[in-house]
Structure formats: C-alpha cells, structure tokens
Design a protein around this ligand. Structure first.
Ligand code: AMP
Length: 397
C-alpha cells in the first residue's frame, strides 16, 4: 500500500476526497466551525510541500435533487484560503468541461476545489461512470474523509478502482485508524470501554464486539435502565426498551463467560420530569419510584466509574452518562470526562468516538486533553461494531 509520508508527489496531481461538510451560517453562509477544514490541511500540505498540486472534492449538506445554492462549496472558499494560507481555485461543477480544464491547468503548489459532489445523485449511488469521470482530475487518489468512510459512494470507495497503483489514505484517516487499532487490537491493559447514550438498541453491536476486546465496560445513560430492568430492578418512568431486555441479559451473561467486568450504575439521579428544572433525588438504580426517571448516574457510581477509568491504560468512550445537555444532569458525564483526562495525563491512551460523547467533551472544553477525538460519528460507530468500512477497504484492496 502507498504511504502518504513517503510518496513522491513531485509533478503529480493529487485528487483528495476531504470532508468539508461544515456548518454554515443560515443567512451569511459563512463557515461557523472550521474544524474539518483545519483537519484536512496536513494532507494537503504534504502534497504541496513535495511538489504536487491538489484537487479537492467533498460533499456539503443534503441537496435533494441537483444543485442548490445554499449547499454550494463556493461558500467555504474564503475560509479555506484563510486556513491554508494559499489561493484556492473553485469550479462550479465537478465533471464539466470547465472543471477538467481547470484541473488540467493546475501547476505544482496550486489548489483546486470542485463543486459539491452530491449535486449529482450518482455520488451517493456509487455510480461507476461518475467515479471514472472524477478520477480524470488526478494521477493519484487520497481518501482523507473519515466521516464518509462508511459509505460506498462514488468518491469515497468506487473511485479507488481507477487508481490501482496510486491510492492511499490521508493523514487524518491514518490517525483515526491508528487510534482505533490502539484501542481494539494493540492495546495496553486494563482496557476500559465507557458506553452510554440513549438506547441499548443502537449500541448492541458495539457491546458485542467490545466484549471480545476489553477488560471493563462501564454502562451509563438511558441504556443503563434497560440493563437494570433486565436484572430485576424497578426503574420508574426511566427510558427503557422492553424489546431489548433479553438482549441485555445475553450481553451480561456473555460478559461473565468472557471475564469482562461490566459495571452498571448502582445509584441514579432521578427527576420527576424530563426537564432541567425538575425536582431531583438520588436513588438506588434498582429502586426508582413511579413517576421518577433516571437522568444521570449517581454520586457513588461516578466515584466507582472514575476509579476504574483512572486505573486504565486504554480507554474508549462512546455515549454520555446522562442527559448532559441539561446543566443539572451533566455531572456524571463531566466526572467521566475528567477521569479520562486524568488517566490520559498518567499515560493512558484515550479515544473519544461517536456522536454525543464528542459533543460532551467539546462542551466541557477538554478535547485537547485526551489522546484522540474522532472526526467521524457514523464511521466510528461502524468501526467499533467491527464492520468493514467501504472507504477503507477500497484503499486496502
Ligand atoms: P446516543 O446518541 O445514543 O449516544 O445518545 C445520546 C443522547 O442520550 C443524549 O442526547 C442524551 O441526552 C441522551 N441520554 C443520556 N442519558 C439519558 C437518560 N438517562 N434518559 C434519557 N436520555 C438520555
């Protein structure tokens, strides 16, 4: 496989799939969070520094059928230029004659950005002809869009076929793969997975995969109450998925057979309404009164979870411990975040991956104090489930 760090880009035109699906202000269309643009720079820089030129392609938003001005990548050109410190040429299509003329004229050191790939339905359908046309923009292909690596789209997977000898991962995807393999394959024990969030149903495959890989699993969030009920607890009006009680029992039994230590919250902060202003009380998780619902893990559980995390060498965190969006029910999630930071300071490797735990660590402004915060929500979840991601497989094949 080609390695971006050693590849000779001199005089070459690199076609790079990036993830520029950035949030835009609804009125001014300016970029409101440039994290993804910044994250793409190291790969672009590698190519430019080694004498190559760059053609960037991405999607933005969810255009319904054809071009829509509000989803045009023209809105991000100025921000790209600011972040990269380079001029960024833009073409208002990805496969028109103008687009090919622009990429053909590109000189070493120059950057061209193509228009939103999803203005063509062929992108999402993984159309082979569309992928072939796109491939004509470069002599080599780099996939650096981890956020869409779980999609078999034209620009993320199919296009690789047209670069059998010249395809590679960008530095961002390399870092994501390296981080997850540090957790799942080449880890230092004890390995602890913290799994929270709303529902058991959306985390079953992750739990099943993790049981074969980790020493401890700490369960929190709404899903904890389905487990509590599976163990015979009374959970009041807490979130529960009755259809998954049997699954929860199987997960607990399976963990026992494999000597995996599953921790469930012993106590719970319960509220009498799903509201930040609701009355609250700390109760035993197995004895939540009628009319009350579990909103966060209790003080005792916070302490137990923090101890376990601080004594771990490898940590994976996916999903909040409670309704962290409400100030009164964010403490369990914050305590866990602080314990992950403390463990990291003591030398543990910590990966925060998937959706709301990333939102939580950002909310607490702790993202610079953990080893890696994943950029790919859905992609990271599928990776944790043990699935093969089409965008990654296409490069490895
Ligand atoms: P997920 O996307 O599955 O990781 O779930 C994240 C969501 O779970 C967040 O919006 C939380 O507010 C929610 N959540 C966490 N704990 C609870 C709980 N005890 N009851 C209801 N929702 C919860």
């Amino acid at each position: 496989m080609n390695d971006i760090a050693t590849f000779d880009f001199s005089g070459k035109k690199a076609l790079i799939r990036v993830d520029f699906n950035v949030p835009l202000d609804k009125e001014t269309f300016s970029v409101t969070d440039n994290t993804r643009i910044k994250a793409a720079w190291p790969t672009i820089q590698q190519v430019l520094d080694k004498g190559g030129s760059v053609v960037l392609m991405s999607h933005l938003g969810r255009p319904k059928s054809g071009p829509e001005d509000r989803f045009s990548l023209k809105h991000i050109v100025a921000e790209c230029e600011r972040v990269f410190g380079h001029e960024v040429n833009f073409v208002s299509d990805s496969i028109s004659e103008d687009a090919f003329e622009a990429s053909a004229k590109l000189q070493p050191g120059q950057i061209l950005l193509l228009e939103n790939l999803r203005f063509y339905p062929h992108e999402k359908s993984g159309d082979r002809d569309f992928a072939k046309k796109l491939s004509q923009h470069g002599n080599l292909y780099i996939n650096d869009a981890f956020g869409t690596a779980h999609r078999a789209h034209a620009s993320t997977a199919v296009i690789s076929d047209f670069f059998p000898e010249a395809k590679m991962f960008g530095t961002l995807i390399n870092k994501e793969i390296e981080s997850i393999s540090k957790v799942l394959d080449h880890n230092q024990s004890p390995v602890t997975a913290i799994v929270g969030g709303a529902k058991v149903s959306s985390k079953i495959e992750i739990l099943e995969n993790l049981i074969n890989k980790v020493d401890n699993i700490l369960i929190g969030g709404g899903m904890a109450y389905t487990f509590a009920k599976a163990q015979g607890g009374v959970i009041g009006n807490s979130l529960v998925e009755d259809d998954y009680i049997e699954t929860a029992k199987e997960i607990l039994a399976n963990a026992k057979t494999k000597n995996v230590n599953i921790l469930l919250p012993e106590d719970t902060i319960a509220a009498n309404a799903f509201s930040n202003d609701a009355e609250k009380q700390i109760v035993n998780t197995a004895e939540i009164p009628d009319g009350w619902m579990g909103m966060d893990i209790g003080e005792k559980s916070m302490g137990e979870y923090a101890d376990c995390i601080e004594n771990s060498k490898t940590i994976l965190w996916n999903g909040p411990m409670g309704v962290f969006e409400m100030a009164n029910f964010q403490h369990g999630t914050k305590k866990v975040a602080l314990a992950v930071v403390k463990a990291t300071q003591k030398g543990a490797f910590s990966l925060i991956g998937g959706g709301d735990s990333v939102a939580a660590i950002n909310k607490f402004e702790l993202s610079n104090h953990v080893s890696h915060v994943s950029t790919g929500g859905g992609a990271m979840l599928e990776y944790l489930e043990g699935k093969e991601l089409p965008g990654i497989k296409a490069i490895l094949d």
